[in-house]
Design a protein around this ligand. Structure first.
Ligand code: PMP
Length: 387
């Protein structure tokens, strides 16, 4: 059968993720020490796992309401208020989704019409551009720069706006750079967003992993709540990637649309995960803090190590990635990563997997034990000495 004549043209044209391509090579090699993973190395804290187990033992194996359990939506609303000064009505402004990933997909599809332009700053997480294309809208890429600590500046934003621009996808703390936007940065950006009457999807999945200051949500700034959908979830803060649970917060009109899409496409998010998540939000603050301070220690070690090797590494203040510059080696990001993998069996991800402007950088995850990090860093040092 000539499948390509039958299958969806837009999806056929979307390129597979650059991270996946690199992982496929890694998967075929033995004894590789990896710094490439994009998820916490911690297990989900025991009391949270136990809440999931208890729900199964108690026979709670049915669908939940489409929006998610009432109790969970109330906890999410309370968490957003307590942590980020965000006020959302649990009945109409909270949607529980299958990871932040589903929330992003549903939000993008609800917020654009074919031909609308969607602004995406890069380097950034790999799904925004393909999801935008698959929604029928047009991605417009904004290249952020190391000299601005990979923050999106109001000038860069302004320069990319046309009369077709509808939506900005904002992603801080950022994967892969570790950049964060402080309150003043967001205020400057919001002035441009409001003046041009744009909508925003703010992916704040790493909000609990912020160092040297706490996370500010753009939706908490004046004039922004009505035009913003906040995406968050349990994967990073509570080390719950495999539970597949996230959520969206936003104005009831947008959330009603998103709930419709979620209802027909998904029905409801996993029941067992929702019970675990209620426990996470009620009693998980100390777990977040424990993991955060562990990441903080690793962050200092990794950033310090790269800088002392001569690969300059701007200070990441969020997530669990460092994004050192490898331009001084004269190699491209892919060459650097491939040669490092072949000669020292260390896997890191080429920066251009997160957008062309990531060329000249590599993403190093520090979601690993200090012992593991130490071994990897010594091998990278040897690699550089032998170059
Ligand atoms: N946003 C960002 C920036 C991410 O890095 C990830 C996962 N790596 C996600 C969203 C999706 O996370 P999940 O679906 O597990 O909630």
């Amino acid at each position: 059968m000539e499948y390509k004549n039958y299958l969806n043209k837009t999806i056929q044209d979307v390129k597979p993720s650059g991270i996946r391509r690199f992982f496929d090579i890694v998967a075929e090699m033995d004894d590789v020490i990896s710094l490439s993973i994009g998820e916490p190395d911690f297990k989900t804290p025991w009391h949270i796992r136990k809440a999931g187990i208890d729900s199964l033992e108690g026979g709670k194996t049915w669908y939940s309401p489409n929006r998610g359990f009432d109790k969970l939506r109330r906890e999410i609303s309370g968490f957003a208020s307590r942590k980020y000064d965000l006020q959302y009505d649990p009945d109409t402004e909270v949607l529980v989704t299958v990871g932040g990933s589903e929330a992003l997909d549903v939000a993008i599809r609800c917020m654009v019409n074919p031909g609308d332009e969607v602004l995406i700053h890069q380097p950034s997480f790999v799904c925004y551009e393909p999801l935008t294309l698959m929604s029928g809208a047009v991605p417009v890429i904004i290249n952020t720069k190391e000299e601005n600590s990979f923050r999106l500046t109001p000038q860069e934003l302004e320069a990319s706006i046309t009369d077709k621009t509808k939506l900005l996808i904002l992603s801080y703390p950022n994967n892969p750079t570790g950049a964060v936007m402080r309150k003043a940065d967001l205020e400057a950006l919001s002035e441009v967003i409001i003046r041009h009457d744009l909508l925003v999807i703010s992916d704040e999945i790493y909000s609990e992993l912020t160092y040297n200051g706490s996370h500010v949500s753009i939706a908490s700034l004046e004039g922004m709540r009505e035009r913003t959908v906040v995406i968050n979830g349990f994967s990073k803060a509570f080390a719950m990637t495999g539970w597949r649970l996230g959520y969206a917060l936003g104005p009831s009109e947008i959330l009603a649309m998103m709930t419709k899409l979620h209802q027909y496409g998904i029905m409801s998010s996993p029941t067992v995960s929702q019970y675990a998540a209620i426990e996470a939000l009620r009693n998980g603050d100390k777990d977040i803090e424990k993991m955060r301070s562990e990441y903080e220690m690793r962050r200092r070690f990794v950033v310090g190590s790269f800088n002392s090797m001569g690969l300059t590494c701007f200070e990441p203040n969020g997530a669990f990635y460092a994004f050192p510059c490898i331009k001084s080696t004269g190699l491209s990001s892919e060459e650097f990563c491939t040669r490092l993998l072949n000669s020292k069996k260390v896997a890191i991800v080429p920066g251009n997997a997160f957008g062309e402007c990531g060329e000249g950088f590599v993403r190093v995850s520090y979601s690993y034990s200090l012992k593991h990090l130490n071994e990897a860093v010594s091998r990278i040092k040897e690699f550089l000495e032998e170059l």
